[in-house]
Design a protein. Structure first.
Ligand code: 3EB
Length: 330
């Protein structure tokens, strides 16, 4: 696809959590993408801007909406659902995962590479990866480690640190047989950010697998009208998991890591709010279904009530990690 939509003067992206019916949201010509989570959300929609993510929710979750200024063209091509406004592109694909996540990831990333190179939006800013049984298998056979190998193989070349996207990789708690990949890409590259509290993931030592994961801790888009994009963030300091015995302590470590990313980003972009608030959107992934209410209560105590958040049942990619948070911050 060669998208010839006119360029808006500035790329704007507003992420919002909304409770209107799906068709009302899709009627908005400024809607770039909308995500429904869990069983209560529609599994499919004819509109390529809608994507269902099969992570169970705590209670009745809102839809996640990505809004731009309009001028959107959308469609499906070669199994890829896409929409773009000339500056930003949402895209999604999924591939069969017949118990071989390495091959599934390699296929999906090879298709993504080709697609981005030809779509007019060559720079992936933010990528989400959802897969079955993420921590199944032992040692280097663990499925998350095989996923990292397949992802790197599909991309086909080593990414320079300056071109890594922000990312999330989370396990679906119920088997789907699919590997799901979706992204936000742009005409212009953003600036990947690292976290001074954490080793760069692409430099993780061999003990975490044969292929270090290729993502940046956050990404600051080129335009000041776009939010900071925060990668999936867990209770990892340096490269080591922390507080294996305490969900509450893990959550505090996650929030410390996220605060540190906001401080890092504000050094580049002082206009970003100093703390999470109404301009933030957080998605919280909790390993154990029974812990979702507990995590929600802990967040109620630790975050201002005005921080919109969605609490989801999803598996973090290290067994000892109980919770992970991603999101955006303007
Ligand atoms: C971590 O910090 C936790 O492989 O794309 C977070 C975000 C994690 C993205 C990925 C993995 C990925 O290592 C796991």
């Amino acid at each position: 696809m060669n998208d010839t939509a006119p360029h808006p003067a500035t790329a704007a992206l507003r992420v919002d959590y909304r409770r209107e019916p799906l068709d009302a949201l899709l009627a908005d010509p400024r809607l770039l993408a909308v995500f429904g989570f869990g069983d209560a959300a529609p599994a499919t929609h004819v509109d390529p801007r809608y994507l269902h993510v099969a992570l169970p929710t705590l209670g009745d979750a809102p839809f996640e909406c990505w809004f731009v200024d309009g001028g959107i063209r959308s469609g499906r091509e070669n199994g890829i659902a896409f929409s773009g406004d000339g500056t930003l592109q949402f895209g999604a694909l999924d591939v069969a995962d017949d118990d071989d996540i390495e091959t599934a990831a390699a296929d999906a990333y090879a298709r993504l590479q080709t697609w981005l190179a030809n779509s007019g939006y060559p720079h992936p800013l933010r990528i989400w990866n959802y897969m079955d049984a993420i921590t199944e298998g032992d040692g280097d056979d663990e499925r998350y480690r095989r996923f990292c190998v397949g992802r790197a193989r599909g991309i086909g070349r080593a990414l320079a640190a300056g071109e890594l996207p922000a990312a999330t990789a989370i396990g679906l708690p119920h088997r789907s047989g699919r590997f799901q990949l979706y992204w936000l890409a742009a005409r212009t590259p953003g600036q990947p950010l690292e976290n001074p509290r954490q080793l760069q993931a692409w430099r993780y030592p061999r003990q975490y697998g044969p292929q270090a994961p290729g993502f940046a801790r956050a990404l600051l888009p080129a335009q000041t009208t776009m939010p900071l994009l925060l990668s999936g963030t867990a209770a990892i300091v340096g490269h080591a998991s922390q507080h294996g015995d305490s969900l509450a302590s893990q959550l505090d470590e996650v929030l410390a890591n996220l605060d540190s990313l906001v401080v890092t980003a504000r050094a580049q972009r002082p206009g970003l709010a100093a703390h999470f608030g109404t301009a933030s959107r957080l998605k919280v992934y909790v390993r154990d279904a029974g812990s979702l209410p507990h995590v929600a209560a802990l967040l109620d105590a630790r975050l201002p009530t005005d921080v919109p958040r969605i609490v989801l049942h999803g598996h973090v990619c290290r067994r000892e990690l109980a919770v992970e948070i991603d999101g955006s911050h303007a």
